[in-house]
Design a binder for this molecule. Sequence first.
Ligand code: P6P
Length: 330
Amino acid sequence: MQKLSEFIESQVILPCDASDLNTMFESVARAAVKISAKVMRAGILDVLGSAGAENIQGEVQQKLDVLADEILIKSLGNSGLFAAAASEENEEIVIFEGSKSAPYVIAFDPLDGSSNIDVNVSIGTIFTIFRRVDQSKEVSVKDFFQAGDKQLAAGYVIYGTSTMMVMSTGNGLNAFTLNPDESTFYLTHADILIPKSGRIFSINEGNYSSFHQGLKRYIAWCKSDQTDLGSPYSARYIGSMVADIHRNFLKGGLFLYPPTTSSPNGKLRLLYECMPMAFLAENAGGKASTGLERILDLQVEGLHQRCPIYIGSANMVEKVINFLDNPDMQ
Ligand code: P6P
């Protein structure tokens, strides 16, 4: 089986050469191995529960959130190729003093879905890599204010029944499974293509009362015999973005996080959640939209800005947008 490093070397990659990407992905992989080991032993290591602080979002930080952030910052800083990192857990960017003139920056959510840690549900790390806007200038937050289409590479690590890294360098979508005995990721799912249609819709219907009228009609349609299948879809919602999206990438389906009363711009963050997932989806024949525009067309204007997201099977994304555009449509 091909190792992650061997796979990346085999890729023809522009404008970044394979050795740079290899080093960057290896730094993420090394951190993922350490995070996986902590996640799998959380109860034993006494790292369950809250860290007693809140992050930039005002969300209670879990002990593992903080630990994962620290592990990533250390590993990425040691790579020598990142000038700075942006993390969900840090209000400002973290500048790597030892490599602050390096050509790349990385943004990540160290442990997405961390509220599920204590109940043993799959969680994940999401990351995206950009070439800096202008390497002749000092690294700054402006290096993160780029369009989704400018992403050089992206991926997520899902800590589930196995630990997998799902990644793209812009040449398709591939997944690697960790052999913990060797601390090595092996290619197990090559050239993933998201089925154009599916039967799974993933949304938190607890927010139903605040949904757009067109979305309410779409959900009713999903539950009817009027679907393209002639029978109702299946509702699946884990409450962990990486887990819900990973399942839909492999089986087909649609993940929806629309505007709600408590999150009028959507709950999920553009830079380190929606953009990387959109990059991965489009590299596997899927789509990702805010409901109004393609997520990869968006320009980041704030490290922690949020956006609505409809992502997954291309035909299903198109269908929900059709309902949003035509709220009276049956
Ligand atoms: P809700 C987890 O807290 C998270 O950030 C994502 O992983 C997940 O998709 C979403 O929030 C779940 O949010 O409002 O449905 O609990």
